[in-house]
Design a binder for this molecule. Structure first.
Ligand SMILES: [Zn+2]
Length: 454
């Protein structure tokens, strides 16, 4: 009887804590193990579906079902953390956001577009990027070279079509689709000449995937200047939905032009470790504010000593648990960004989780990290609450009580201790209010050693 009551308590509090967690956890990838054979079948399935949709060889109802099926298999096969880098690059080498058609990206017109209409779709849910090719031979004026199309992100080639000939009514001409595990979506590059990847390839951000051409029903005629047609699609439960890539393209283009670190005396963790996964939550919309607050800043910068300590923590983790990786959610947070965050949360219940810019966070010194652990299959360890979940359940100071009450399980407790142990061994200090936050030593010391990064 007593056992039953205890068990009941555990079940009730677990389901309660789950309920609380749902909104923030929804974006996490489901746990599934997919074999290499299944991966190949998934990609071929996606490609076959896409080709059928293009020519209208499948009913929309059936296509929608199949899309949901293959898309969720892709998400399970390629959890984002399996992919490492979050880096995004501008898709045309030697060009920039100045070459995007229309003012401020107004060439993007999603109205009337439905992916399931295939080649007969309406709207123009894409950005066109124009190149120097006045004589329209597909060769860049001045350099006499072909124009390189590179992948915007690290991803998987899931479909392509080549061999377009004049007279064909296929509007995209030669094109390629790349699956983006980080944003769970797709990039579609059209009007290509040669395609330099095959279906199933994993391509890196910045890796050349094609040369630009003039293929496609409306791209070939003289009236059309040579351009890349780039469409971004978000995978949703009702199918792929276009998104405007304008801001993303401007950001990657700005980074191309000024690749150097804008801050003094900090290091990019990626230059010290290829293992540590960088997933800065505030440089995406996947955070508690729901906005990209970091803009251009998508690199984990830290002061050199804290950076070396983090590398040491990864070394300890690899030793204890081969194949496990640290994932960092936040590193240096310049004070200007802190102000922006503060203004967002001021007067809301979230206020207490963002340091007042006048009070200064250790993140402002580049001497604090928000971090978690990924297992050897690419899945986040379950810590009982997601990063930036605000509530008692996230606070180490209540852990013993939470465990006793069953609000967190023994596994959650163990996982948190694993993280804390190795971070502390590497010289970090944990805090009582967030399981993911670690200061690079004593606060007083940090204030003495470093200046705030504005
Ligand atoms: Zn933090």
């Amino acid at each position: 009887m007593i056992i039953c009551i205890v068990l009941l308590c555990v079940l009730v509090s677990c389901s309660e804590s789950k309920k609380q967690r749902e909104p923030a956890a929804a974006s996490e990838t489901p746990i599934a193990v997919v074999s290499a054979k299944e991966e190949a079948e998934t990609i071929v399935g996606w490609h076959t579906l896409e080709q059928k949709v293009l020519v209208g060889d499948i009913t929309q109802e059936e296509a929608r079902k199949k899309f949901g099926y293959y898309d969720s298999l892709l998400a399970a096969s390629y959890p984002k953390y399996r992919m490492g880098s979050t880096k995004r690059v501008f898709p045309l080498v030697g060009y920039s956001s100045d070459d995007i058609g229309g003012k401020n990206g107004e060439g993007y017109r999603p109205g009337g577009y439905n992916w399931f209409d295939g080649n007969r779709h309406g709207g123009h849910p894409a950005q066109d990027i124009f190149v120097k090719d006045v004589n329209q031979d597909g060769i860049e004026d001045g350099t006499n070279h072909s124009i390189k199309v590179v992948s915007v992100c690290r991803g998987i080639v899931v479909s392509l079509r080549s061999g377009w000939t004049v007279g064909s009514d296929i509007r995209g001409g030669n094109y390629i689709y790349v699956y983006d595990p980080w944003q769970h979506g797709y990039y579609y590059y059209a009007h290509l000449d040669s395609i330099l990847a095959i279906i199933g390839d994993t391509v890196a951000a910045g890796q050349q995937i094609a040369t630009l051409g003039r293929s496609g029903k409306n791209a070939y005629p003289k009236r059309s200047p040579t351009h890349l047609h780039l469409m971004g699609l978000s995978a949703t439960s009702t199918g792929p939905v276009p998104k405007n890539l304008y801001n993303e393209l401007c950001e990657s283009s700005r980074r191309n032009q000024s690749p150097h670190c804008p801050f003094q005396d900090v290091v990019d963790i990626a230059t010290l470790s290829q293992e540590i996964v960088v997933d800065l939550k505030y440089s995406q919309e996947d955070n508690f504010v729901g906005e990209d607050l970091y803009g251009d800043l998508d690199v984990c910068y830290l002061r050199e000593k804290p950076a070396r300590m983090l590398v040491e923590a990864q070394r300890l983790l690899s030793e204890m648990k081969p194949g496990y990786l640290l994932v960092v959610y936040d590193c240096l947070r310049p004070r200007s960004v802190q102000r922006k965050m503060w203004n967002r949360v001021k007067g809301t219940p979230h206020q207490k989780y963002v340091a007042d810019p006048d009070r200064i966070s250790m993140h402002n010194y580049g001497a604090a990290v928000d971090v978690s652990i990924i297992d050897n299959e690419g899945h986040l360890l379950d810590m009982g609450s997601p990063f930036d979940f605000f509530g008692e359940i996230s606070q180490p100071r209540f852990e013993e009580k939470l465990l006793e009450e069953g609000a967190i399980t023994a596994t959650h407790y163990r996982n948190r201790h694993l993280l804390r142990n190795l971070m502390e061994k590497a010289g970090f200090k944990s805090i009582g209010s967030e399981w993911w936050h670690f200061n690079a030593g004593d606060k007083k010391r940090i204030r003495q050693d470093y200046t705030v990064v504005e």
